[in-house]
Design a protein around this ligand. Sequence first.
Ligand code: AMP
Ligand code: MG
Length: 424
Amino acid sequence: MKKTISLENLVNDPGCLSEYDPNAMKIEVARKYIHNFLKANTKTEYVNTEDALNRILGETIISKINVPNYNNSAMDGFAFNLDSLKEKNTLEIATTILAGNLSKHKIKPGFAAQVMTGSKIPNGTDTVLPFELVKQENDSIVVSKLPTKGANIRKLGEDIKKNGDVLKKGVFLRPAEVGLIASIGISKIKVFKKIKVSFFSTGDEVVKAGHPIKSGQVYDSNHFTIQSMLKRINVECVDLGIIPDDKKLIEKTFKNAAKVSDAIITTGGVSVGKADFMKDVLKKLGKVLFWKLSIKPGRPMAYGAFKATPYFGLPGNPVAAMITFYQLVQPALKYLMGQDNYKLPMLLKAKCVAPISKRPGRMEFQRGFFTSKNGELSVKPTPHQGSAILSSMSKANCLIVLDIDQKSIKVDDYVNIQLMEGLV
Ligand code: AMP
Ligand code: MG
């Protein structure tokens, strides 16, 4: 698919692409379409390195120094010139050099310096032996087995070379990357500005936690799952509340959302019910690219744009809302945020310990609990798989991912699983 097709062209003339089916979009195709109509964040700001965790690097970082910036000992032991051991196996201890001692020492042949982990390797020496491998006698050491030259020395620049690339623009900063940046002495870095995402729940029956509830109403869990998932990926959340099934109010909220945010997420109202207005409103105010996916749960999911702001209309059912967020919205937001190469956790093979009934036609994301024994993974689907059973998400530690053409699974069949650790 070429980048040149505009969302507008596609919506007005869907026949221009053979794989485009707004009524039953395959997930891979949906991902491609979503991606094609997004514009990645380009705005950056400087933050202190200690505040950089979970941000996305907005510049390629080049090191001005070598790490380590001096040859140093990897062990507590003795440094000496290996060749001087060829004549006799005894060396006299000349001095002790602690880590942090910056003096220039020179050790003559036949002598050794006592060094600690991180001590500067003195001139005249090329090898270190740990205390445990030498015999100390008064002011001398006896070496019974010759080590290889250079043993136990950490070389200048062996971690990071001066003027070399350390981290590329677009990298997501984990604790290791934050430490790496600090290890080259940088205390402020350029990161992409956080994106703002507006979200609101829709539904006449939906009530906010903390308020009384009547029979026929449901507490708004989507609001909390969506907000929590957004917070996890370090997005600025704009909470627009719960909006009743009222076209005028939905329109108004959309307009507000588009003004203040880089993306809009809603839940509910995207199906074919009498009060499902999201698609109509969006068709009027913006563009709808697709509204049905061939996945389960999560068939009713709309994607489009309100002016230039991308819109994700997630299903009202709580599990469906979470699954569509993780599988489609999270990768899209990561791209918008400026992250390069975001990948969903890879699929692993696990033996299924219970049968799963499935008909071909939709890709399924069942909730499962995996265990590992003797290096083999097994997985058990959680008992209730309905798209409204939010407790199934809470009980699960993985998703069982069943391909569109897959039929029912028998006990001991292998299935693909996606660990929630790393996804959530
Ligand atoms: P809808 O997609 O609007 O047809 O809603 C599908 C189902 O999800 C209905 O049973 C709704 O009551 C329920 N639902 C919709 N929104 C929420 C929400 N924010 N929190 C919990 N359940 C919801
Ligand atoms: Mg509804």
